[in-house]
Design a protein around this ligand. Structure first.
Ligand code: DN4
Ligand code: ZN
Ligand code: ZN
Length: 359
């Protein structure tokens, strides 16, 4: 038994992208969800271009349905906590058999046996309907958030880093008086969607935030960064001489940017590595850099994905932003497209922050 669906599929890990009818076998899950919005990000583009080598099809399928950033509407539910018409965000990473997966934290999977919707061994959400277990669905508290809730998945990565910041902060006193981050400095490398989300969350925490890129960015883009309370600096022109940072987040995956961060860290600073770019050129780290990391107690931590708790925190954060100023959070979504517009997977439009597909 199966049902015909419209879906955006790829031939992982080789790439390519097609909109086609699929005959989906009946999946497990107590909730049937109609897809409403899916977000497109660099991961989708990497899979489509064939450069994300870890992408894999779901077992038994000759395609991978794309899509991990999603908002859907419940059309049928056998679970009392979700009812028809509710908007939901699916938790895209599915646990395997290790202990971290058992406690619901597949983002810390210790043997690689997890599955990630739209990326790794599990069909994603870029299809008209999908069936899911209610434990993997988070209810959107207010229907007016249905569009911006598509930012929940990218924002949950930021919320995990915020948790890690407080964990690593236990090493010594790293906060300002009153246990706030007021006046502490944060450096964000990059100006893409993740960088903008990091900037805004860190501003909310009281940090003085500088987001950098190695070239100038458009006026509109810069205004958006400034609206969140952060500053933009083109660090190919202004090296930020004499400035040190308590926290830095790299969203570029570029070794030269990471070495730059190390050289910019203040004593007891924490550097998060978040961006990935296997194709970026090598860049040498020096003995002086290592001396600084040691002498200054600099913590360097990689962070990937997030747990259900971070999806929930992200949704609450989006709600808070929406209540403060609905236009500024809405302006992060720069294009709404149709499933037929497959070019969105091949090109990043000038000025794009987040492109969304409406189903
Ligand atoms: P993105 O829009 O590609 O962001 C990368 C940003 O870094 C862009 O603004 C780049 O600018 C900028 N950039 C590149 N090289 C440099 C450099 N040397 N100095 C300063 N800026 C630079 O992607 P995103 O915002 O969606 O995601 C950010 C990163 O996180 C990507 O590497 C993703 O693969 C990764 N990611 C990780 C997770 C996870 O760990 C989840 C989602 C994404 P320009 O080249 O566009 O001008 O779970
Ligand atoms: Zn993504
Ligand atoms: Zn695991």
């Amino acid at each position: 038994v199966g049902v015909n669906l419209k879906a955006i599929v790829t031939d992982a890990p080789h790439g390519g992208v097609w909109l086609r009818e699929i005959n989906e076998p009946v999946e497990h899950g107590d909730v049937l969800v109609q897809t409403v919005y899916t977000g497109v990000c660099g991961t989708d583009r990497g899979i489509v271009s064939g450069s994300l080598e870890f992408a894999r099809k779901q077992e038994g399928f000759d395609y991978l349905v794309l899509g991990h950033e999603c908002v859907g509407r419940v059309v049928e539910s056998r679970n009392s906590s979700l009812k028809e018409g509710d908007f939901v965000v699916p938790v895209a990473t599915m646990p395997g058999g290790c202990m971290n997966c058992h406690i619901g934290r597949p983002d810390y999977c210790s043997d690689g046996d997890f599955r990630a919707a739209g990326v790794y061994r599990k069909n994603g959400y870029m299809r008209s309907y999908f069936r899911e277990d209610s434990d993997h669905l988070i209810r959107v508290p207010d229907p007016s958030l249905s569009l911006i809730a598509v930012l929940t998945e990218p924002l949950k990565n930021v919320m995990k880093v915020v948790d890690l910041l407080s964990l690593l902060g236990y090493r010594c006193i790293t906060t300002a008086p009153g246990s706030t981050y007021s006046g502490k400095r944060a450096l964000i490398i990059g100006t893409g969607p993740e960088a903008l989300l990091f900037s805004r969350v860190f501003c909310d925490m009281g940090f003085h935030v500088i987001a950098v890129n190695r070239h100038d960015i458009g006026e509109k883009h810069r205004k958006l960064i400034e609206k969140s309370g952060a500053f933009f600096v083109d660090y190919s022109r202004d090296k930020l001489d004499g400035m040190e940072f308590d926290v830095a987040v790299d969203t570029s995956g570029d070794p030269s940017a990471v070495v730059y961060c190390i050289r910019k860290m203040a004593r007891n600073g924490i550097l998060f590595l978040f961006g990935t770019n296997g194709r970026a050129p090598a860049y040498g780290i020096t003995g002086t850099d290592i001396d600084r990391v040691v002498e200054y107690n600099i913590a360097i931590a990689g962070s990937v994905d997030g747990g259900r708790v971070h999806y929930e925190k992200a949704l609450r954060k989006l709600h808070e932003w929406y209540m403060q100023d609905r236009d500024s959070v809405r302006s992060l979504i720069t294009a709404i497209r149709k499933p037929e517009d497959l070019d969105v997977f091949r090109f990043k439009e000038e000025g794009e922050i987040k492109s969304v597909i409406e189903w």
